[in-house]
Design a protein around this ligand. Structure first.
Ligand code: GLY
Length: 263
């Protein structure tokens, strides 16, 4: 399945400057050694599925640059370079473009001066692309992306990230072509009509950001009740420590671009 199975991923090493990274609530700075160890575990989990994983060097000028997902949308036909809505992150996107151009034949770009969109707000299922408007992704960005992917045959649906939530995928993940993991607050908006929804367990909303990567669901460690629900639905789970990235509102999807390039 093209929305869950991939041959490649791109990650970026956390920069020491991540202590200056953006966060909604300050719960203290991340422990860099622990973050590095968790990042290595994450890459090992991706590689364990047989995928080729590129690890880019840290970018000290961009504290949040470990969260590479926000810089691009990777589709089977090509990649679209985003325009992050966080001013401190805008420059990250152009720095990702050459790495994707080395693997993909068709690279497109969000260019409108008023267009803002981050990859964390985009959930690609087997049948559609859902884009959540948020504090980082605006209507102009959504409309520009819809135009850019139309001739690749993708249908795009605008949805809404709950108020106070960083990204649409902070609250949901695709588990297979027709199944999503979602917080109850996001699913209550009705945006997953037609999908099978597995809710995060009460009090475990922080684990909604997981990824399906080949045969694995990779989720943050420490959310036993939700993990049981995912296992009971027949998925194979790998848990990765996320305590340090969580201090910066980051999760499993934020840490990689996942794709199967088309030359
Ligand atoms: N700290 C991740 C972000 O705000 O984009």
């Amino acid at each position: 399945m093209r929305s869950t199975h991939f041959t490649h991923a791109i990650t970026r090493k956390p920069a020491a400057s991540i202590i200056k990274g953006l966060r909604a609530v300050d719960t203290g700075n991340p422990d860099l050694a622990l973050m590095g160890a968790n990042h290595a575990d994450y890459i090992a989990a991706l590689r364990s599925t047989g995928a080729q994983v590129v690890q880019l060097e840290a970018l000290d000028d961009f504290p949040d640059s470990v969260f590479v997902e926000d810089t691009a949308l990777c589709l089977p036909q090509g990649a679209v370079i985003m325009r992050p809505g966080a001013p401190t992150r805008l420059g990250e996107a152009a720095l990702m473009a050459p790495h994707l151009a080395a693997l993909y034949g068709d690279i497109r770009r969000i260019e409108g001066a008023d267009s803002y969109i981050e990859g964390g707000d985009i959930l690609v299922s087997e049948t559609e692309i859902m884009v959540g408007r948020s504090a980082r992704t605006n209507a102009a960005g959504v409309a520009e992306l819809a135009r850019l992917v139309a001739d690749w045959g993708h249908t795009l649906r605008e949805v809404f990230t709950p108020p106070g939530v960083l990204h649409f995928k902070t609250d949901c993940s695709l588990l297979d072509g027709k199944t999503v993991l979602s917080t109850e607050r996001l699913a209550a908006s009705g945006c997953f009509e037609g999908y099978r929804v597995i809710h995060t367990a009460p009090g475990e909303e922080a684990c909604a950001n997981a990824i399906r990567f080949n045969d694995l669901v990779i989720m943050p460690a420490g959310f036993a009740a939700t993990r049981e629900r995912i296992l009971a639905a027949g998925f194979k789970v790998a848990e990765i420590g996320n305590s340090e990235c969580a201090k910066l509102d980051g999760g499993m999807s934020c840490l990689s671009l996942r794709f199967t390039p088309k030359a």
